[in-house]
Design a protein around this ligand. Structure first.
Ligand code: AKG
Length: 260
């Protein structure tokens, strides 16, 4: 019988790491997945990916080419990681005692997917309040400048929520939000497979295309929020996401995916 610790390495952030996160807005956590956790996740993700996705087409949107949403519905290892893995307690250290999952998706930039993703804040897409949601990006491949790793601007979360004007039509078509930012301040987030990049919801980040002809750049994107977080853009309705720690004032959140 497989135990959670066969797949996931559990640890908490130290005081120093929490202080760094506060200052810079991000951290890279090494080897959060074990070797067998990584290989199991890759296997389940690729089964789901190959069932639904075609090869990169420059005429298609980011969503069509690169995202597979609600991957925790399709992979049991990812579901366990999202609901009970090491990132849950880390999210609680940063956000507070009550935590829900806010998003789960694959963001895969396969070799030859040369589409860049411009500067943005994750709280720019789907603004949540309170403003302390946590993005976690688990690398399923080594990621570096050769295959489209993420870039971010350390400390840029201190600018707070950057208002972006989008027409109703742009919002509906989920058009890309691109913020002006100083590229000279950007740092590449190079990671080994199994490492996790975590950052604040206001962190400015982007990625370039994957110009490698041999290496995919597969990332699992999981976002956590305060269990009572509401969607500012949606009449402040509670964001629906599985309660993974503590409690919530919203019955619909308490019940959401509770039996999944
Ligand atoms: O996967 C990428 O290259 C960019 C992903 C990203 O920035 C996001 O999903 O917010």
């Amino acid at each position: 019988m497989t135990k959670r610790t066969d797949y996931f390495n559990y640890r908490l952030l130290t005081h120093e790491e929490l202080a760094l996160f506060d200052q810079d807005g991000y951290l890279i956590l090494k080897s959060v997945l074990t070797t067998s956790g990584l290989s199991k996740m890759r296997e389940e993700c690729m089964a789901a990916w190959n069932k639904e996705k075609e090869t990169f087409d420059p005429a298609k949107s980011w969503l069509q080419n690169s995202l597979l949403v609600n991957i925790h519905h399709k992979s049991s290892t990812i579901r366990n990681y999202y609901f009970e893995g090491s990132l849950v307690d880390i999210a609680a250290q940063i956000i507070g005692p009550n935590i829900k999952g806010a998003t789960s998706q694959l963001t895969f930039k396969m070799k030859g997917n040369t589409k860049p993703f411009g500067w943005h804040q994750d709280n720019g897409y789907g603004e949540l309040d309170p403003y302390n949601a946590l993005t976690t990006l688990t690398a399923l491949d080594d990621a570096d400048q050769g295959n489209g790793c993420l870039w971010l601007i350390p400390g840029s979360h201190k600018r707070g929520q950057i208002k972006v004007r989008q027409t109703e039509e742009q919002k509906k078509s989920q058009s890309e939000i691109v913020i002006n930012a100083d590229d000279s301040l950007a740092q590449p987030m190079e990671m080994k497979a199994g490492d996790v990049l975590i950052f604040n919801c206001w962190m400015l980040h982007k990625s370039d295309g994957n110009y490698s002809t041999e290496r995919d750049r597969r990332i699992l994107f999981l976002r956590y929020a305060d269990a009572d977080a509401v969607e500012v853009y949606n009449g402040r309705k509670p964001r629906l996401g599985r309660l993974v720690k503590g409690s919530t004032i919203y019955e619909q959140v308490r019940n959401f995916e509770a039996k999944l």
